[in-house]
Design a protein around this ligand. Structure first.
Ligand code: ASP
Ligand code: MG
Length: 345
């Protein structure tokens, strides 16, 4: 870091996470650039975590699910590649230089010999993880080149070099590779090395690496969790989840007209609302922030100046029911035994 740098060597990080719809239009990338500039004006370093372009992970998953059919694999890979080439052109970028190597990887994975293995063997799961990771690798690469070309120098950081997946006891091979959890054990040396990459960084959500360095996926919707892991590991000032709704509500606003925006929640309340039904935040993303005491903000990409929901440890508890969630298609099994006559549990 040079002495001319206006950012203090110990400056805090702010993590900004943008979901699929927030990265799928050129105007949205301009808005991401504005958010970064605003945060820089607060004198902080900025880490941007992105999802894949909307629909891409579904398309990659469909490719993985059709692994037995070479023709379908090739077709699906072609469609995904074409979408990204067109998006690059829409950003005014040359697809060949910008994402050519990643599209070559996609084509190679679509023909990979591992597609003929049993779907749950280790090598086949590793293939699927590499394939799914391409969505976020593509979107982060496009964003890095676009923002840099538009006067906002930003460095690409490979999430797999920083987030370490950690196998849990009794976890299946599938979950270890495709629905992993990460270690939260960064020390000051880890943080110093991370900071050496630059003061404005962009990285991929949804992925980590295992202790051997192999690509590992955090489960569907896992980009929120990636942002939370980075926020916790960096001891960030806050993690901002930028999405297509203004925050968490007292009920589903699509179903209940009188639903209120909840402007302040503590971690436990947010955890309950996220776990019981609200789709705003991935339920796994609250715990890392809670453990590290990092506030989580939910913000609306379309309405950047709306306050949104702030989740932290200082929200004053308000007595009464905060929110109501509903779930459909649940089967309740009630079991009774003599020893538990009229007891619950
Ligand atoms: N792209 C991944 C998914 O669709 C992760 C995410 O967007 O959170 O599941
Ligand atoms: Mg999401």
């Amino acid at each position: 870091m040079t002495s001319a740098n206006p950012i203090r060597p110990s400056a805090d990080w702010i993590v900004l996470k943008f979901g699929g719809t927030s990265v799928s239009q050129r105007a949205r990338w301009d808005a991401i650039g504005e958010r970064i500039r605003e945060r820089r004006a607060e004198g902080v370093r900025v880490l941007v975590v992105v999802s894949a372009l909307s629909g891409t992970t579904n398309a990659l998953q469909a490719l993985a699910d059709s692994r037995a059919d070479a023709y379908s694999r090739a077709n699906r890979a072609q469609t995904i590649a074409q979408r990204h080439r067109e998006f690059a052109l829409g950003l005014g970028l040359d697809p060949l230089t910008c994402i050519g190597p990643l599209l070559d990887e996609l084509a190679a994975l679509a023909q990979d010999p591992r597609t003929s293995l049993a779907t749950d063997c280790e090598a086949a799961l590793a293939w699927e993880a590499e394939l799914l990771a391409l969505g976020e690798r593509l979107s982060s690469q496009l964003g890095q080149v676009y923002l840099s070309a538009n006067g906002l120098p930003i460095a690409l950081c490979d999430a797999r070099q920083w987030l370490r997946a950690m196998p849990l006891p009794n976890q299946t091979g599938w979950a270890q590779r495709l629905s992993a959890s990460c270690a939260l054990d960064a020390d000051s040396a880890w943080r110093a090395r991370f900071a050496e990459q630059g003061e404005v960084l962009i990285t991929q959500g949804f992925m980590a690496a295992d202790s051997a360095g192999a690509t590992t996926i955090l489960g569907r919707g896992g980009s929120d969790t990636s942002a939370a892991y980075f926020g916790a590991l960096l001891g960030a000032r806050r993690v901002e989840i930028w999405t297509d709704v203004p925050g968490m509500f007292s009920a589903n606003p699509r179903a209940v007209k009188q639903a209120r925006l909840l402007t302040r929640l503590d971690y436990e309340e947010a955890q309950e609302i996220a776990t019981t039904g609200a789709k705003v935040l991935h339920p796994r993303c609250i715990q890392p922030c809670r453990l590290a005491g990092v506030p989580l903000w939910i913000r609306d990409t379309e309405n950047p100046h709306m306050a949104g929901t702030v989740i932290d440890a200082t929200a004053a508890p308000v007595l009464g029911v905060k929110a109501i969630s509903s779930r459909r298609g649940i089967v309740l099994v009630s079991m009774e035994s003599i020893g538990m006559w009229q007891q619950v549990g």
